[in-house]
Design a protein around this ligand. Structure first.
Ligand code: FE2
Length: 283
């Protein structure tokens, strides 16, 4: 059977992608931001996941105001590259896993999560920057990816509790897939950041650290953080952290922290990264 072996969370700051694309990762400004991923790159090379369910948000690069799915799942063979700002990154196309993706879509919908099924999808930095942080600049990404897009751009985004419950349903879906697959769930975005208005550049290290701590401890309070607290404490874009809760929900009741990285600032935002593994009951 397929199984979820780990959860990874990672900021998807577009400037990190540009630093990677332009080979600037060793420059003094960027080196500390990238160094915190060295452990995970090595660990990931040993883990060799078959598939990543990659929870991200599109930044009006592919979706726009015409269609705003709260939760969308990419079920195609491959996904093209698109982006805002600097334009599409020079990175490989992303290979999907249609069989598992359709299975997850069916399982989630019958489990009462009304997913939008997307058969043609280009992905932006929300998905490609975490791939670059974890895998560098390969000719081809070493893992298949099922994009799971969450609307956190247009109000209202889903609640943290709903995202957590979606993660729990993803776990049920994956564990009912008959093929023997090593599946990871990644949550992306965050941490505290605000990119416009009088509070632009807001970073809240204390709150971010508590959030990272609670991913493996006080999980019930974590899933019920209201939107207004994210907005007040982490800025208007800090709401992206609800996507981390999809990842955390997919790990089950208890999770163990294997690695953490927090670096400020990077392009006026906080870089956050954590690696968790599920703790099986009775372990
Ligand atoms: Fe984002």
């Amino acid at each position: 059977m397929a199984r979820i072996t780990a959860g990874i969370a990672c900021s998807h700051i577009p400037a990190l992608g540009v630093a990677s694309d332009l080979d600037k990762v060793a420059e003094p400004y960027w080196a500390p931001a990238f160094a915190g991923f060295d452990w995970t790159r090595q660990w990931e090379a040993e883990q060799k996941p078959d598939v990543v369910v990659l929870v991200y948000n599109d930044h009006a690069s592919f979706f726009d105001m015409k269609v705003i799915p709260t939760f969308a799942i990419g079920c195609s063979e491959r996904f093209g590259i698109c982006d805002e700002g600097w334009g599409p990154r020079p990175v490989p196309e992303v290979e999907g896993h249609p069989d598992l993706a359709w299975h997850i879509a069916q399982s989630l919908i019958l489990d009462e999560f009304d997913m939008t099924i997307v058969n043609e999808l280009d992905v932006d930095h929300g998905l490609t920057v975490p791939l670059s942080m974890l895998f560098g600049k390969p000719e081809r990404w070493p893992v298949r990816v099922i994009p799971l897009a969450v609307n956190v751009v247009t109000y209202p985004p889903p609640s943290g509790n709903r995202c957590w419950a979606l993660g729990e349903a993803i776990r049920r879906a994956v564990e009912s897939f008959p093929e023997n697959l090593n599946v990871q769930v990644w949550g992306t975005g965050g941490m505290s950041h605000q990119i416009q208005g009088p509070r632009a550049g807001l970073i809240n290290r204390e709150w971010d650290t508590a959030f990272l701590d609670r991913l493996s401890s006080d999980t019930d309070a974590l899933r019920h953080i209201p939107h207004i607290e994210y907005l007040r404490e982490t800025g208007s874009e800090g709401i992206e952290m609800v996507m981390w809760l999809v990842m955390r929900g997919a790990l089950g009741k208890e999770a163990r922290e294997l690695h953490r990285h927090y670096h400020i600032p990077a392009s006026n935002t906080a870089v956050g990264h954590i690696v968790l593994e599920p703790v099986e009951q009775g372990e």
